[in-house]
Design a binder for this molecule. Structure first.
Ligand code: SF4
Length: 425
């Protein structure tokens, strides 16, 4: 299982990877770069370190010095000792050597739901990033404890919309739109947050009549919001918002960008009055790397190639691709192809490599020749997994992610609205 990851790291070490935003830091052990106040070295070196970002303490030397074989043996032993008291969740973008120990593999929402199928598990160890563990905690039973093996595993996109900036934006928008509904009873603006956001922002949406979306159901959620509001404030990912609204027929001129550093987000009052979707100035450092040129190159080198990209990619890339869809859409597209097919995929490299290994009848490659994993997800190393599990065996909980009770209810409300939202037909 480690071959694809080893190949990736070797490529980074050998200099194949460094590009505009990707460094060779990922070739090191995560405890080496977690010792300095960097944030997401690799794909997100331009990201500002958000205030209050959880910081990981030093991993005990016994784990740093252990061999991979030893770590795997210890993880297996701890899993056996904990039995049904434990469930381990692994995200699609996670390293192979961590996924090997996961009870469930999926996207963030699938994993939060998978945890619900294990109500007797006392411990949910989420091998993903911070906002995913928060969502699992919101949906879990109160007696269950959610653990993130490395607290430095945040999401650079999620951190691009912080609670204070969104509250400030809401205040400014309210000053423009007022609070009164129109003749059809629609609110001036409905907040919609992507799943990739903090629990505090999900709670913000719950409190202000808004909702959460995933990359699978963004169109359904926008329909829900347009039934209840004249316009939408969509955060943090501008690309998912733009790609989804454009496919629904919203003109680009009615999708101004909200830059939290500028008055009125950088738009005029008239532009905001005319807006249908106000897009937060956020993006995913991994998916932003894909380009139209890469698609052209893939088509030239592999005539007949089927190009599928994630909707977190920029609009020109989504427009140029044959299809776009969530990680689960991509997985199903590959799994359902009955004839040997060549796929060029625009999403995170660990997932693409895993699909290539799983479906050898197809030719599957990543659109981006400069290999760059989700560097924040990548921080969950088997060393951290072994550490949190052995601590549990010893009766100690480390790295618990507990969403404050003051925001649990509103965050759950926004998630429940999403679950209840159904496509029109
Ligand atoms: S791939 Fe992008 S959006 Fe997903 S966890 Fe990594 S940084 Fe965040």
């Amino acid at each position: 299982m480690t071959n694809t990851l080893d190949t990736t790291i070797r490529a980074i070490t050998n200099g194949a990877a460094p590009g505009e935003t990707c460094t060779d830091d990922l070739a090191k052990g995560p405890w080496e770069f977690d010792a300095t106040p960097g944030y997401g070295p690799g794909s997100s070196m331009f990201d500002v370190i958000p205030t209050g970002t959880p910081r990981q303490g030093a991993l005990p030397a016994a784990y740093q010095d252990a061999t991979q074989e030893d770590l795997h043996r210890r993880i297996r032993a701890a899993k056996d000792a904990l039995g049904d008291r434990l469930v381990i969740l692994g995200h699609f973008y996670q390293r192979d050597e961590v996924v090997a120990h996961a009870d469930f593999l999926g996207d963030s929402f699938q994993l939060a739901n998978a945890a619900l199928t294990k109500p007797d598990a006392e411990y949910i160890v989420f091998c993903g990033v911070h906002f995913m563990a928060e969502t699992a905690d919101i949906l879990a039973r109160p007696e269950q404890t959610v653990i993130l093996p490395n607290l430095a595993a945040g999401c650079s996109m999620a951190d691009m919309a912080d609670e204070d900036s969104v509250e400030a934006a809401w205040e400014e928008l309210t000053s423009v739109y007022g609070t009164e509904p129109d003749a059809d009873g629609r609110a001036p603006v409905i907040p919609v947050t992507y799943m990739n956001s903090s629990a505090a922002l999900k709670a913000f949406c719950g409190k202000h009549g808004g909702i959460v979306c995933t990359s699978s159901n963004a169109a359904t959620v926008l329909e829900w919001a347009f039934e209840r509001g004249q316009r939408v404030l969509f955060f943090p990912d501008q690309h998912l918002g733009r790609n989804t609204a454009k496919a629904m027929g919203v003109p680009l001129e009615q999708m101004p960008m909200w830059n939290p550093r500028k008055p009125l987000g950088g738009s005029s009052r008239e532009e905001l009055m005319d807006a249908r979707v106000i897009l937060w100035h956020g993006f995913c450092s991994v998916h932003k790397r894909f380009t139209v040129d890469q698609i052209s190159a893939a088509r030239e080198s592999h005539p007949g190639v089927r190009v599928i990209v994630h909707p977190e990619c920029p609009m020109p890339v989504v427009d140029a691709a044959d299809e776009s869809g969530s990680t689960d859409y991509i997985r199903r597209a590959v799994a359902d192809a009955t004839e040997p097919t060549t796929f060029a995929i625009g999403t995170e490299i660990n997932m693409v490599n895993r699909l290539a290994a799983e479906y050898p009848q197809h030719t599957i490659f990543c659109l981006d020749p400069v290999i760059c994993p989700c560097s924040t997800m990548y921080r969950i190393h088997p060393g951290y997994l072994a550490w949190v599990l052995e601590e549990l065996v010893a009766g100690r909980v480390v790295n618990e992610i507990a969403v404050a009770s003051t925001i649990q209810d509103n965050a759950r409300l926004a998630l429940e609205r999403m679950l209840a939202a159904k496509p029109r037909n």
